[in-house]
Each structure stands twice: as structure tokens, then as C-alpha cells.
Design a protein around this ligand. Structure first.
Ligand code: BDR
Ligand code: CA
Length: 309
């Protein structure tokens, strides 16, 4: 199996990403790290531990990372994920321990001790990854690729041009995109194809386990959010699509392109500038997700949820 580190800010869709990653026989989830994003660092860290407790995941270390972006003040997504960051269901008290080390140390140690290059799957702002590359530059050779949920080839969701994870820490995103490490950007243009429709939520609920009921309840909350804020008929499960790309690359079609992050624009800060038509003359530095096989994605996700007791 492919060794991966999930760097997340749970978050409804982060929770699904975590459950998909741990359940997949083609992945070996070696570490879970948390970053301030959807909510404050203490809240998203507690959420990661609550989800792990719910799922009985006791053999993956969890470490907390950055509590704020590299240079900016933190902006959270309370309107999307609620006060706790994971509103809509009662999750168990966190029983799995929090590592005494920091996210960057855990990432660096995990990478250094791995038998082969590790894939990083960040599903929040790229703050932790930027810190890792600054503090442990030797880690770079041990990273096979970075498959990030963030950005968009089209429009944003926080501002007209910026997606949340890019918007929160554009400086970090710019550093990671410019790092020379292979990056795949799974942006809104593709994640908005993977919607948890009422039918999908009903399929999950029919699994009948406590975990499935909790996930269905969380997705119900998420659905109400997406309807209220964006007028969408169903919520996209963004972060899980990034994990799916690592499990089965053929499931998420990507194109190679130069991608830069806008860090200055008054109206466009955090925009992911994807040069699909090769107008900038810049060398391609990344892949951008463009299409997901929706049916196969949901089969994969629901089969993963079904593995939990
Ligand atoms: C991204 O922002 C967060 O709210 C989600 O968890 C996802 O990572 C979507 O823009
Ligand atoms: Ca997220």
C-alpha cells in the first residue's frame, strides 16, 4: 500500500477523507496531522480524535500543527462547518491520544522512517506543509507527491476567485506550489461534481452502523449549509475526492498545467491561477483535477464506510 499522511482540518468532508483513507487497502495511513482552517486548531484537532475514536482508529498517530497561517490572521469557516467545526451529530469524546510532538515533527519523522516516498494529502490550508518544507527541507526527497484539496480552475467559494483552503493561507500555498515537489490540485471545479445527494445520504444511512448514522447526520447538516450559502442542491465532499485520487488515479482525471497562487490581489487574494491554455509561458508545475467518475467515487466511499463496525 501507498504510505500517506493526511493533513486535515475536520470539517465534515475532512472526516470522510479520513475514513476513506484509513479503510482503503491500497493506502497505508501513517499519520494524521491537523491545521487551523475550518475551525481553530484545538477544535479541528479534537474533531480528528473524535472521528478516530468513532471509527476505532487507534493505530495512527495524530499530531496538531499550525494554529494560524504563515503571515495572516486565521479565518475559519464557522458558517460552513458550525461552531464545533463538525456540527450536526454527537461524536464520541476523544479517547485516542494526541501525540506530544508537533505535526511537522511527526510528518518529518514519518517520512524519514518510511521504506518508500510518502504521499501527502493536505485537505486544509497548506500551512503545515509549508512549515515542514521550511523546517525539514530534507523531507522533500521523501515525498512522492502532494495531492491537495484546494483551489479551483474556475471560481472560488470564499470570494469570487478564491477557494477556502487557498484563501486562508495563500503564502503557504504559493510556497508549496513552487517547491518543485509534484503537486496535484483537487479544486472546486472537480469536487463540486461529487455531491452527497439525498439518495447518497440514504445509502449511507442504510449501512445501519452507528458510524454510518453519524456520517449521514453530518452530511445532513452539510447539505443544509450548502443550500443556505451557495444554493446548491447537495453538498460536495471535497476532501474525500483528493484521497480517492490517490487510491485510484483513474477515478479523477487531471491535466498538467502551470499553477500559481495570487497572494496580493485586492479582489483575488488566494486565487489559484491555472494556466490551462499555456498563455504564461511558465513551465507546468502541477496537475489540476478536472473530472471525477461520480458513480465509482461513491461506490468507493460507501464501501469504505461499510468496513467500519
Ligand atoms: C475546503 O474548505 C473546507 O471548508 C473543506 O473542508 C474543504 O477542505 C473546500 O473549499
Ligand atoms: Ca478541509
Amino acid at each position: 500500500p501507498t504510505p500517506i499522511i493526511l493533513d486535515c482540518d475536520p470539517g465534515h468532508d475532512d472526516a470522510l477523507a479520513l475514513l476513506l483513507a484509513y479503510a482503503s487497502p491500497t493506502l497505508d495511513l501513517r499519520a494524521i496531522t491537523t491545521v487551523a482552517g475550518n475551525q481553530t486548531l484545538p477544535k479541528v484537532t479534537e474533531n480528528a480524535r473524535r472521528v478516530a475514536t468513532l471509527a476505532g482508529i487507534t493505530d495512527v498517530p495524530i499530531a496538531a500543527g499550525a494554529d494560524r497561517p504563515l503571515v495572516r490572521d486565521l479565518v475559519v469557516a464557522q458558517d460552513v462547518h458550525g461552531k464545533t467545526g463538525l456540527d450536526g451529530a454527537d461524536l464520541p469524546e476523544p479517547e485516542v491520544p494526541l501525540s506530544s510532538t508537533t505535526a511537522t515533527t511527526l510528518m518529518a519523522e514519518t517520512i524519514a522512517s518510511a521504506d518508500r516516498p510518502v504521499t501527502l494529502v493536505p485537505t486544509g490550508p497548506l500551512t503545515n506543509v509549508a512549515h515542514l518544507l521550511r523546517e525539514h527541507p530534507e523531507s522533500a526527497v521523501g515525498i512522492a507527491q502532494i495531492v491537495w484539496m484546494g483551489g479551483s480552475t474556475t471560481r472560488g467559494n470564499v470570494t469570487p476567485y478564491a477557494e477556502f483552503n487557498a484563501f486562508v493561507d495563500p503564502e503557504a500555498a504559493a510556497e508549496v506550489l513552487d517547491s518543485g515537489i509534484p503537486v496535484t490540485m483537487i479544486g472546486l471545479n472537480v469536487t463540486h461534481q461529487a455531491l452527497a445527494t439525498d439518495e447518497i445520504i440514504a445509502r449511507i444511512r442504510r449501512l445501519g452502523t452507528d458510524l454510518a448514522t453519524t456520517i449521514a447526520d453530518l452530511l445532513g447538516f452539510f447539505a443544509a449549509t450548502y443550500e443556505r450559502i451557495w444554493g446548491l442542491p447537495a453538498p460536495p465532499v471535497h476532501d474525500a475526492v483528493a484521497v480517492a485520487r490517490v487510491i485510484d488515479p483513474g477515478l479523477v482525471g487531471c491535466v498538467r498545467a502551470p499553477i500559481s497562487i495570487e497572494t496580493k490581489g485586492d479582489l483575488t487574494s488566494g486565487a489559484t491561477v491555472v494556466d490551462l491554455y499555456e498563455r504564461t509561458g511558465r513551465p507546468a508545475n502541477a496537475y489540476a483535477g478536472v473530472a471525477v467518475d461520480v458513480e465509482r467515487f461513491w461506490d468507493l466511499m460507501i464501501d469504505a464506510l461499510a468496513t467500519y463496525p
